[in-house]
Each structure stands twice: as structure tokens, then as C-alpha cells.
Design a protein around this ligand. Structure first.
Ligand code: SF4
Length: 214
């Protein structure tokens, strides 16, 4: 009986070691592909990379740090991959079923807009690009919201029930937003700010305008 138990422990131990080794090999291979994709903007085995980013994120990021590479590359490639996958469905969605969420930090520091249950009420005062962008997107058919936080987004999505969402924000917000879209079965795409922070953040507006007409 003792012998059997010892054998069982050995088998379990070996299974655990081999499983960890297997995951490590997958993560190393995935990290290599992610770094390659980031450098070349060519996405090889996108589903495999997404698997690594979604399920082995911490391990992959640790490997990046181990070789002294910036682990935010993992998030950047993850967002690009999700955008690529989501974009086809996003494009097929009628404009009036799409919503845009802009972060309030993108406003001018002297913005006169007031906060309402639907987010900041832009009066297109001309002090920042949001006024023009909102007007242009609404003319196409979008609903546009300037929001102070993710709780607004969840509530507005529940209220207005869009099919697709374009979210603008810092890397962490876009990443969380895309994950939220997956959970809610929405087609989500995200644009990351060129400069983030608490006020006067910067967005590549040309990219934004290209994006909204797709
Ligand atoms: S354009 Fe709109 S968001 Fe920008 S500063 Fe004026 S009121 Fe605020």
C-alpha cells in the first residue's frame, strides 16, 4: 500500500513538473512571437498569441522583464490583435448601432462642459478637438459619450444596447474595455492615447477619423 502511495506521489510530481515545463515552452514561444510581431507588425499565429496573452499573461510578461524588455509590449500586441479580430464585425455593424467612448482627460484643461448622467456635455466650444470629432461622428450615426470612468461605460452600454464599441483611453483602459466587450458579446475596438495622464491627454485624431468611417 505504502509502495503504491509513493508511486502515485511520484507520478503526480512528474505530471506537475512536465505540465509546468510545457507551459513554460509555450510561453517562451508565445513571447518570441509577440516580440517579433511588435517589431515587424506582422502577426504570425494570432490565435496562439492571443491564447498566450489571455491565459499566460503574467508568465509572458515575466519573461519579457527577464530579458529586460518593456512588458507593456504584451498589452500593445494584445490590443492590436483584438482590434484586428474585432474590426471585421465592427465594420459590418451599422453606424447607428455603434457607440464611441472618449475619456474626459482628452478635453481641454479649460473645458466648460458639465457632467450629466450621460457623461460630460460637450458644447463644442472649440478649445479641443472633441467637439468636432463628436459632431462628425454623430452626423454619421454614432452615439458619442465623454466619460469620467468605466462605471459610466457599463451603465451607458446597458441603457443604449449598442452592438459595437470604439473606446479611446490609456493602454490599461482599452485593455479592460476590450475584455468587457468580450464578456458582453459586443464587437469592441480600441484606440490607445498617444500621451496618457489625468489631463490634456493626446490622441492621434487622424487615426480616429480614419477609424470611425470604417
Ligand atoms: S470642445 Fe467640448 S470637450 Fe472640448 S473643451 Fe470644448 S466643451 Fe470641452
Amino acid at each position: 500500500m505504502l509502495f503504491n502511495l509513493n508511486s502515485l506521489y511520484v507520478i503526480i510530481g512528474q505530471a506537475v513538473v512536465y505540465s509546468l515545463l510545457f507551459l513554460l515552452i509555450i510561453a517562451v514561444f508565445g513571447s518570441f512571437l509577440i516580440a517579433y510581431s511588435f517589431k515587424t507588425e506582422r502577426f504570425i499565429l494570432p490565435n496562439f498569441m492571443l491564447f498566450c496573452i489571455s491565459l499566460l499573461e503574467n508568465l509572458v510578461k515575466a519573461l519579457f522583464r527577464l530579458v529586460r524588455m518593456d512588458d507593456s509590449i504584451v498589452d500593445e500586441v494584445g490590443i492590436s490583435l483584438k482590434n484586428k479580430i474585432g474590426l471585421r464585425k465592427y465594420k459590418e455593424t451599422p453606424f447607428n448601432k455603434r457607440m464611441i467612448f472618449l475619456p474626459q482627460c482628452l478635453r481641454s484643461a479649460n473645458c466648460p462642459s458639465k457632467l450629466s448622467p450621460e457623461g460630460m456635455q460637450c458644447i463644442n466650444c472649440g478649445r479641443c478637438e472633441i467637439g468636432n470629432a463628436k459632431k462628425h461622428a454623430e452626423e454619421i450615426g454614432y452615439r458619442v459619450f465623454i466619460v469620467p470612468g468605466s462605471s459610466f461605460i457599463i451603465r451607458l452600454v446597458r441603457e443604449h444596447r449598442p452592438q459595437a464599441i470604439l473606446g479611446v483611453g490609456c493602454m490599461g483602459e482599452v485593455k479592460a474595455g476590450l475584455e468587457m466587450c468580450e464578456k458582453l458579446n459586443l464587437y469592441g475596438v480600441g484606440l490607445v492615447l498617444d500621451k496618457d495622464g489625468c489631463v490634456s491627454t493626446v490622441l492621434d485624431w487622424e487615426k480616429f477619423y480614419d477609424f470611425i468611417v470604417t
